[in-house]
Design a protein. Sequence first.
Length: 419
Amino acid sequence: MNVLVIGNGAREHAIIYKLAQSSLCEKIYCAKGNAGTLKLATNVDISPLDFEAIVEFCKQNSIEFVVVGPEEPLANGIVDYLNDFGISAFGPTKKAAMLESSKSFCKNLCKKYAIPTAAYEVFDNFDKAFEYIKDAKYPLVIKADGLAAGKGVVIAHEGKEALMHLQDCFNNKKFGQAGNRVVIEEFLEGEELSYMVFCDGENFVPMLASQDHKRVFDGDLGPNTGGMGAYAKAPIVNEIEDDCKRIIKQTIYALESEGIDYRGVLYAGLMVVDKKPYVLEYNCRFGDPETQVVLPLLKSDLLDIMIKCTNSNLNDYKIAFENRFAVSVVLASKGYPVSSEKDKPIFGLDDVGDALVFHAGTYKKDGKIFTNGGRVLNIVALDADFRKAIKKAYEAVGKVNFDGMHFRRDIGKKALKYL
Ligand SMILES: Nc1ncnc2c1ncn2[C@@H]1O[C@H](COP(=O)(O)OP(=O)(O)O)[C@@H](O)[C@H]1O
Ligand SMILES: [Mg+2]
């Protein structure tokens, strides 16, 4: 069948890389894609939020299946929209995507169904929230309720920081509608873990647990980014995998009980505190950059799994992953995450040997590849030995270069203590 993948990043490149290996897959299109997706798919210049144009394109190109990468089109109801036109799509409906698009919905669901999560309060106006932060215990975590492209959460160490974020949400409207409500929650100290599963509304199949590196500098310092690297399988999961599965089971039960049929990737962002996982949030799609380390290790047919999720017949599915580790290093542009340069030629992409290169912000012009935003490339290496995977990833990174390029030098280091 012909497939359309929605999105522009390295996550979508990794999805396309895997779909291209499927015996069920004929032609792949990507809206809008980048210089990497171009090699395996036909890029089409349609915005992921232009549902009308997407339907039109699907009809004209006999596309039977649409895979949605990012959260925004899901939260806006792209799956419902496509389904209304008889087009099958991988991902949750608008209602189900609320698990990600509303932090208060997520927290209230956790509370109602006793899913472990940090204690919290929800506020719909500045005055009440301000009252609360006056005599609260710090640090405190303050979250804009809606989608905020990873910028809506602040860990406040004192009243002044909390006040500033409340003002940004309610008064300065920094996040638009997304900041009209906030969740204020208890700060949990521990290690984060990304636990993604495929879900068909009733059954689920886990992927390998992974870990992201959110901060821009080594040692988890500096401002938050979209993610500077990842690795899988994260060994921290080994002792707590049953608890992670229980959380997913409880979540699906909770959703079903609320009349929500959740199909697609269910991603639990967990904080492991004293060997117990707590839900920080859910995402309603594949993680970026986690997907770039999880999918290269997948042995099963990705398109087959996605179709089974969408048709609700994942029951008893036996998923297979390679018995190796994957490490991914993100190469970013000068100034990222505060600002970012563009249009710098990229060198060395053909010299990386066995390593995989997933493109994020890139474009091709006159046969050359140029940077096109903050996160530019993901360099991924696989090996049965975790340390060797790290070494191979950095050897490949050493071959690639563009003006102003920077990256973290400690991706995967956190995992070594568990090995
Ligand atoms: N209760 C919490 N305790 C400690 N850290 C938290 C808590 N909630 C969120 N964080 C931190 O903030 C980051 C962003 O929060 P998250 O809920 O994942 O929002 P989003 O990914 O939508 O920005 C998390 O990855 C985690 O590092
Ligand atoms: Mg998050």
